[in-house]
Design a protein around this ligand. Sequence first.
Ligand code: ADP
Ligand code: MG
Length: 438
Amino acid sequence: MAATATAGAAVRSAAAPPPRQYKLAPQSELRVEVLPDAPLRVRLVAGTTEIFGTELPPEGLVPVPPRSKIAIFTWHGATVELDGVSESEYTSDETPMVIYVNAHAILDARRAGARVAAVQGGDLEASQGPRVIVVGPTDSGKSTLCKMLLSWAAKLGWKPTYVDLDIGQGSITIPGCISATPIEKPIDIVDGIPLEMPLVYFYGHPNPSINADAYKVLMKELAKTLEKQFSGNAESRAAGMVINTMGWVEGLGYELLLNAIDTFKANVVLVLGQEKLWKMLKDAKPNIDVVKLHKSEGVVLRNSKYRQRTRSFRIKEYFYGIANDLAPHSNIVNFSDVSVYRIGGGHQAPRSALPIGAEPVADPTRLVAVNISTDMVHTVLAVSYAKEPDEIISSNVAGFIHVTDVDIQRKKLTYIAPCPGDLPSRLLIASSLTWYEA
Ligand SMILES: Nc1ncnc2c1ncn2[C@@H]1O[C@H](COP(=O)(O)OP(=O)(O)O)[C@@H](O)[C@H]1O
Ligand SMILES: [Mg+2]
């Protein structure tokens, strides 16, 4: 492995280094970490390369989004040029890409089989393409593998559905959500996952243990909606799903993985980087394919503080755009114009009020009306598509607002939203997700 690294801190204060070229051997990659505030651009000089499954265009400088950690991989050899400062950059010829692309080839054959079955009038089972769920501990490269599988499939003309169950580091929308969206072309290097029509269900916390039952119910609702969409669309049914998951694989985390496999009727489980998890899932799910894949050494480890910061950035990006190029709209509503609900909880009945031996349980999916208070300032509220409060848990959300001020005296709530005008609904869902403008 050849390695040249630049220490970010040392370079940051110095002037930007001149553009430099890397000649990459076949099946090797250039790994780059981008700083939060210094632009970095990449240009293909010769050959062909891809970033997580999406080909780099043959001409022009491509801006790499701030804070991203990427690998510029080549199958047949290439020369690339980097322009700007980076946190680190080095090349490696040890990658699991051949194994990953082989997995893709097997999935592709299944999609083709499903399409043939659909044309021949086969049953729903035969015409169902692969439903792949990618599991593994944190920082094993799950989100990255999902991107590659989706982009490779889209490049061949499939429109697979991307399902993201990771409420901590989700890649479709803000944290605290589970969501799905069709991927119709390779994922854009700059813009990321397309956001035209995501189907989003709001859980409201970055951690599933806060209300695991609600998390399960929301998965069920999302799966139900997708099932309905698939039944009327043979093409997306054959393309199947790629399901991304959280890195929590022990205890309740493991139980939720099993639940996700069942709920979405996954028929292929790809396990990254953990032998034990692979063995457990293989034993637990003998009737589906549970496949162990190597983790890439290029995957960058991120500590919990970094994750927390990423969550904050995701919320900011929702309102201000990835490149800080959007301007959110500020608006004021009267308390009486909106109703805010929280999913689950409510006050538990005191033990003394229960029959002897009974345990107090708060209904995890009950909708509890919450009073608007100054505690809500800096938090995110979801705007539900529900028509009635009791439909909130089974409804997806239109989008999010960020509370910037609560005036108790005048009974007014000030918020920012990505678009101007009235809210599409008066039913809002409270959350524990916060973002501080400073
Ligand atoms: N081969 C690679 N080279 C450089 N960075 C990588 C590589 N593979 C993944 N990464 C980066 O490592 C980080 C963690 O990977 P990710 O796929 O998000 O892990 P997980 O979803 O399992 O937590 C991401 O920022 C990703 O872009
Ligand atoms: Mg991930």
